[in-house]
Design a protein around this ligand. Structure first.
Ligand code: NAI
Length: 283
């Protein structure tokens, strides 16, 4: 689809992948509104836009606050007249063995990575439907959704985002609203520092924050740049891709998982009578 002149709202747009998406969108002639949680990250991002000769609007927003997300959607429409593209990108990376997670770890991950996406959809999609000119929703999941062995509860939240995106894509297609599940592999960002910035209300974590050397080392790894990660999203929106994938390194692992899934079906003929009665198959 043609993106020029469209208005996009990007959660977690003040850092890492979200910043990259904002830069790619702005370069493509879109009006970009980024939301971030920390003022210093927002300021740094706006400076990067300005240095590149681009501009963006910015709001401070915690995606776990449903009312605040609703207010941000209202404000975006008030300032820019409409909203066409929503990127539910804000997320936290808390990884480690499932059995080490405290109840607070479960809450934080689900609140941000799953319910935060829901708040975005509930606040923004009705506005796209109302103007009737279609639109697009990108939900940032992760390769960890398609290869859930790697990251415990984080994978669980990202698999939920993929399932939600698939359902929503079918539901909104008749209205010309596309939906993409974005599943990148490793990208340069501040995600490894998320644990250190955990909001106080979530209490004790069962995971130890990574040491400062690890965070520094992550910056020098040959990961994808956030700029490139953002450009991949722009391409995916233009093509209306359901899955936006970035790292072919993971293809063999995903293949293996799907082969294992398919091999688990019982090797017996389909019961035609039963099949005809299953609503999902006949719809
Ligand atoms: P990042 O930490 O640089 O950016 C995440 C953004 O989300 C930050 O702006 C942060 O302030 C924001 N955020 C966190 N909690 C929030 C809340 N409650 N309300 C509003 N904003 C909140 O990390 P990154 O890597 O750019 O993460 C973006 C998305 O990409 C996340 O959903 C992450 O799970 C996903 N992802 C990242 C990968 C990577 O290698 N960096 C790989 C696959 C997926």
């Amino acid at each position: 689809q043609d993106v020029e002149g469209k208005v996009a709202f990007i959660t977690g747009g003040s850092s890492g992948i979200g910043r990259g998406i904002g830069l790619a969108f702005a370069r493509a002639g879109m009006t970009v509104v980024i939301s971030g949680r920390r003022q210093e990250h927002v300021d740094e991002t706006l400076k990067e836009f300005a240095d590149a000769g681009l501009s963006a609007d910015a709001v401070l927003l915690d995606v776990t606050d449903r009312d605040a997300v609703e207010r941000a959607a209202e404000e975006t429409e008030r300032r820019h007249g409409r909203v066409d593209v929503l990127v539910n990108n804000a997320g936290i990376g808390l990884t480690g063995p499932v059995m080490k997670a405290t109840p607070a770890d479960w809450d934080w991950l689900i609140d941000v990575n799953i319910k935060g996406v829901g708040h975005g959809i509930q606040a923004f999609v009705p506005r796209m439907r109302a103007h009737g000119q279609g639109g697009h929703v990108v939900n940032t999941a992760s390769m960890a959704a398609l290869m859930p062995i790697v990251a415990g509860l984080y994978s669980m939240t990202k698999a939920a985002v993929v399932a939600l995106s698939e359902a929503l894509a079918i539901e909104l297609a008749p209205e010309g609203i596309g939906v993409s599940a974005y599943c990148p592999g490793p990208v340069h960002s501040n995600i490894a520092g998320a644990v250190a910035n955990r909001p106080q209300q979530y209490g004790e974590s069962g995971y130890t924050p990574p040491p400062a050397e690890f965070l520094e080392r992550a910056k020098t790894q040959p990961y994808m740049s956030y700029v490139e990660a953002g450009e991949r999203v722009l391409d995916g929106v233009r093509r209306n891709d359901l899955f936006i994938l970035t790292h072919p390194e993971f293809k063999a692992g995903v293949q293996d998982r799907f082969d294992t899934t398919l091999a688990a079906f019982p090797d017996e003929p389909i019961n035609e009578e039963r099949a005809a009665a299953i609503p999902f198959l006949t719809a």
